[in-house]
Design a binder for this molecule. Structure first.
Ligand code: PMT
Length: 223
């Protein structure tokens, strides 16, 4: 069993989808089940970290010992992240945050005969980008990328543009990686190198991501 190599760390993790309301009955969302983020939270706690989990709506129980804050929309997630980010030594953003929301949230259920066939959208805040611009001294910032092609190029681009230490890129176009499934295969990219992790359970994947984070922490603290 991996030792308590995250003891003393305050870890902030986001997981699950967001829901962007259209009217009291309908919303825009995505296929995230929360499994990847919850595996990260469970394994970080087991390795000694103090873990705060900000979670969109999922059908998973809060892992024992983990502090969970539940949110619905990207804007609620944004607010919850910035309440906790200041004190976190490690932030991992595994949530599938909606980039857009319906421009108007109708108070009444939209009637079939009244509904137009086009939907006006507004842009949501890019939480990870803002975290990258407001980094705390020594903080380790880890992002995810959900891609359907060009995993390495897209991952490298996000690592740079969002000022990340590490990015975990997964292919969402296969039924054994990405959304909903119990397995994943991550391409781990940092400033020095890319490592393609084996296809394995999300728990083992999470442990391998923490191994890399512990590496980065060690390097940073040796300086
Ligand atoms: O939950 P599961 O069913 O287990 O599925 C796992 C997963 C596929 C959701 C997960 O492995 C994953 O890839 N999460 C990131 C999904 C995503 O939104 O990727 P993206 O490439 O659109 O976003 C890139 C990064 O920016 C992510 O760290 C995301 O949290 C963050 N982001 C995105 C949009 C936004 N408005 N704010 C953000 O912070």
């Amino acid at each position: 069993l991996t030792g308590q190599d995250l003891a003393g760390e305050r870890v902030l993790i986001t997981a699950g989808p967001t829901r962007e309301p259209l009217d009291p009955a309908r919303f825009l969302s995505n296929r995230s089940s929360g499994k990847m983020g919850y595996a990260l939270a469970r394994t970080a706690y087991r390795r000694g970290a103090e873990v705060h989990l900000i979670s969109g709506p999922v059908a998973l129980p809060c892992p024992p010992g983990v502090e969970r804050v539940s949110v619905q929309t990207a804007r609620e997630m944004h607010a919850a992240v910035f309440q906790l980010a200041e004190k976190a030594s490690i932030i991992v953003k595994a949530a599938a945050v909606a980039d857009f929301r319906p421009a108007v949230e109708e108070r009444e259920k939209v009637k079939k005969d009244k509904a137009g066939l086009s939907l006006q959208l507004s842009r949501n805040p890019d939480i990870l980008y803002e975290l990258g611009r407001n980094r705390k001294e020594g903080q380790v910032l880890v992002g995810f990328a959900a891609e359907s092609s060009n995993l390495q190029a897209e991952g490298r681009k996000k690592l740079a543009t969002k000022n990340l230490d590490l990015i975990a890129v997964n292919n969402i176009n296969s039924d054994t990686t990405g959304f909903e499934c119990d397995t994943n295969q991550i391409l781990l990219i940092d400033r020095e190198r890319d490592v393609l992790l084996p296809m394995t359970g999300k728990e083992q994947t999470a442990d391998m991501i923490w191994d890399r984070v512990v590496d980065l922490l060690g390097k940073r603290r040796d300086k």
